[in-house]
Design a protein around this ligand. Sequence first.
Ligand code: 13P
Ligand code: SF4
Length: 311
Amino acid sequence: MKFLEEKIIALKKEKNAVILAHFYQDSAIQDLADFVGDSLSLSQKAAQVDADIIVFAGVHFMGETAKILNPNKKVIIPDLDAGCSLASSCPPDKFGHFVKQHSNHTVITYINCSAEVKALSDLVCTSSNALKIVNSVPKDQPIIFAPDKNLGKYIMSQTGRDMLLWDGACIVHEAFSIEKLLELTRKYPDFKIIAHPESEEHILKTASYIGSTSGMIAYVKRYPTEKYIVATEVGILHKMQAAAPYTELIPAPAKDDNSCACSECGYMKLNTLEKLYQCLLNEAPVIEVAETIRIKALKPIERMLELSKEE
Ligand code: 13P
Ligand code: SF4
């Protein structure tokens, strides 16, 4: 093990800290983490942590969710600028106005949004439980689904129900090129496409499997002799390959980039080992959530965790 990794492990022990990391983090960070998972399992884990410090190796809304669940713990993140295009597509003031205009609607927000937007919601969901959360609302009850229109459209296609969608999208999943993807399938006809539901409808139509990051890994693990073109952030390949060591994986191609770095989330990749070390050393930057917002945002998160108990 290298010097920096050793120093991080020693600091983690000394400070009774736990490192939670998303599948989109650099492999070196994933390898150092105490737990690596998708958005749902990371929030479930954050709800159970008994360490003094939570280091969230992910993006800001993930650290915020951990803080909402753990107001008395210190939650730190390697880079405070690690945002999310979905979260920034949904400013709380505009969303609050939209919600007011449709006050008879149940508000379901994808976890990729700010604490303020969660505070305006009835239910929170992630990509792995969105179907279940939407189905928990009576069929005749109108729903606002925000901020991801692509996930929203996918859930509408699965449930047959209409929802009022916010016009947000993930820059990484919207960057996939259908032309290049089809070209790739002609070149590699024995590869199956698997996709994250943040991808656009035309990409999802080509997929043999659609699911959250942990769903995609579980699918590859279940069918390890197949080969896959993977339509989500490229960081997932690390755990996916470990789950099925003999499979072949190709990252789905993006519209205007010929390197595989195209499917990288620039926000997720702001976190580096060096920043992780500095963050543990200085116990900063810290994630803060105003108590009035936290109390309101906690309710829809707790409802989600309750409804997802067997996930
Ligand atoms: P999941 O972790 O729910 O699969 O979502 C992926 C994502 O975009 C996280 O930002
Ligand atoms: Fe947000 Fe997309 Fe990055 Fe996930 S991959 S953090 S949804 S910008």
